[in-house]
Ligand binder design. Structure first.
Ligand code: NAP
Length: 358
């Protein structure tokens, strides 16, 4: 059987890296990566090439002709770009329509949330989804819940800091809101199934491994580490104040992605922590198919075993190669817990190379 050709946008990033792994390990795909020329020399790109990924040098901001060239012979497109780059996918979708791409997977990969004013980030993605539907381009939207890698709290001893992107030291509301969790490393394994599955065409899918609450995650961390973890509960009113303040502060144009970061962090807390949007039952109500119903035989990575590896010191952190520019650092209030979050997680508003050279 001939292999399905897949063009991956963001293959050198976290979600894209997981998907590259999943597709390569599956073996049924010929994997191409759309890499912007400025990033072509990055070690992560060389590592992809060594593993058989074919590189197509092109920026999402390139001309339609160049995008069409990058899409030659591609059957499936999967896009995994950062929060500030969502609209940049629209020209690629238009080019994909022209080249006859059979399935376009725009960048979802977030927690479940309803469109229409709850989460700015969801609404940014929704603008792209609507463009795709207006093009009558075959698509699949995939969301994944919270990554395991971002869902556990810091230990006072500091022994899990090596794997963390932030202190993650707040429990939202009463901490009993169920939330869907997925191991980042499983996203690619799910994608290998989803993009060949006729049942998922023109549908939304929630690919998730488990459902838990923050209180249960803290309990598990305490049990595994044998350390007491301080529980800092943040009441609903505080979350709402954060959301309103961040929304007011971000209402400036032209669009400044840096001002939107505090907004979408606060809106995430509102959505999954207070409203309880990020759970499979609500996803089904919104029209999602779920991985557990589609693929009952899928063996996801176990959350407890993942936390055991974190505590043992053998887990791999995320965003460990990121450096933020001094210019961007000035925009954030610096606290112990926000420091590493902002230095690792959100530097992608520009190519990391240009950030390094400032
Ligand atoms: N569910 C969760 O817990 C969770 C957590 C984090 C993120 N997410 C979601 O996952 C999505 C992907 O985030 P991520 O953190 O995995 O991304 P990431 O690691 O920041 O990677 C983004 C990738 O997009 C590429 N890119 C950006 N602009 C481009 C352009 N103009 N042309 C070509 N490539 C471009 C970047 O390439 P360069 O190498 O050139 O910079 C990079 O490889 C986000 O939209 C976010 O909503 C979900």
């Amino acid at each position: 059987m001939s292999k399905t050709s897949v063009l991956l946008v963001g293959a050198a990033g976290e979600t894209g890296g997981s998907i590259a792994n999943g597709l390569l390990e599956d073996g049924r795909f010929e994997v191409y990566a759309l890499v912007r020329p400025v990033s072509a020399h990055k070690p992560a790109v060389a590592r992809l090439q060594e593993r058989g990924v074919q590189i197509r040098k092109c920026d999402l901001k390139a001309s339609e002709e160049e995008l069409i060239e990058a899409l030659a012979d591609i059957e499936v497109v999967i896009s995994c770009v950062g929060p500030a780059e969502q609209h940049d996918q629209i020209p690629l979708a238009k080019a994909a329509k022209r080249t006859g791409v059979k399935r376009f997977v725009p960048c979802g990969f977030i927690t479940v949330a309803p469109p229409g004013g709850v989460m700015w980030l969801r609404d940014e993605k929704e603008i792209v989804y609507n463009q795709i539907r207006q093009l009558w381009l075959p698509y699949t939207i995939v969301d994944v819940g919270w990554w395991y890698q971002l869902a556990y709290p810091r230990l006072t001893s500091g022994r899990v800091d090596y794997a963390m992107t932030s202190g993650n030291d707040e429990i939202i509301g009463d901490g009993n809101t169920p939330t869907a969790l997925t191991d980042l490393r499983d996203i690619g394994r799910y994608m290998a199934r989803i993009i060949l599955d006729p049942r998922t065409l023109n549908k939304m899918v929630l690919a998730y491994n488990a459902v838990s609450t923050q209180n249960k995650i803290y309990d598990l961390m305490e049990e595994i580490s044998e350390e007491k973890v301080e529980r800092l509960y943040v009441p609903e009113e505080t979350i709402w104040s954060r959301v309103l303040a961040a929304r007011q502060a971000s209402e400036t144009y032209p669009f400044d992605p840096i001002k939107f970061i505090p907004r979408y962090l606060a809106e995430y807390q509102l959505s999954w922590g207070i409203r309880g949007d990020n759970n499979p039952e609500y996803a089904k109500y919104l029209g999602y198919l779920t991985s557990q119903e589609l693929y009952p035989d899928f063996k996801p990575a176990d959350f407890r075993q993942y936390l055991e590896a974190v505590v043992r010191g053998t887990a791999t952190g995320v965003y460990t190669d990121r450096v933020i520019s001094r210019k961007h650092q000035r925009h954030f209030p610096r606290t112990e817990s926000s420091d590493s979050l902002y230095t690792r997680i959100f530097p992608r508003t520009e190519s990391s190379d240009s950030l390094m050279s400032r």
